[in-house]
Design a protein around this ligand. Sequence first.
Ligand SMILES: [Fe+2]
Ligand SMILES: [Fe+2]
Length: 300
Amino acid sequence: MLAKIIRLKKLVKSLRNERLFTVPSVLTELLRISRDPLADASDLAQIAERDPTISARLLKTSNSAYYGKANHVPVDNITDAIVRLGFRKSEEVIMSATVCAALVTHRSSAEFSMWELWRHSYAVGICNRMLSTRVFDRPDFDPFLAGLLHDIGIIVENQFFYDDGFFRATEARHTNESLLTEEEERFIGLTHEEIGEAVARDWNIPEHIVAVIGHHHKMEEVNPRLRHLLHCTRVSEWICFILKLGYCDFSQPHADELIQSRSFLKLSDADLEVVASGLEEEMKILSGIGWFPYASYRAA
Ligand SMILES: [Fe+2]
Ligand SMILES: [Fe+2]
């Protein structure tokens, strides 16, 4: 256990010099703005204008046929783009663009694609938001961010452990139809939950998001106060698995375990159907405007 802690500390320290480290500063600012009742589009614009990748994505999304249909005048500045998209959608675009920009250095194989992990993470975020409006009302919890970031430990593994166990772990997960965390334990000696949790703590991000990052596979260890969000994320993972939306770090037997979370949330078949079709629709729209350009992964 002590050896694990030392490895995690070293890893967190190395990460402070990487591109991924832009994530916590944007995240902290977004969380501050979302809690400020006086915040408006210009506050979000200030964050977006600092980064050309974020600005470009906001403009592209707001000018897309779907979001621009009510007003055919093209938007050419960030504040107008945010007004057109709405506060919440703009927050999602900013945070997603920040995470996506951090994926510039990555390696992929037949069994793992970072771009498919990105598609999965985004889909779980959107699905969490859709599910949470049906099953719990906690404005202080951000289900989208929890979903978007839940597998962030895998991004770190891809960067730091590709040749030191990560590649073999993804191959073994596919061959053995196991959980990626089981294979990570064998080949790396650390799991993406442990790595993600250590990184998230170093970033000082809210406890409910840390809990989802660190416990979405072994949720029994979690503070009961946070169980709703965890169950919600697990149902979202299941929906994304069924709809084949990106890389999933588990196989069919584990999908069956995940869907047990629906009874905790008292979700009906009709609830699941409405959310799944809403999610598919939204992902189709975003794919259509180039959000997921490298979607070529062989689904598990
Ligand atoms: Fe995971
Ligand atoms: Fe996941």
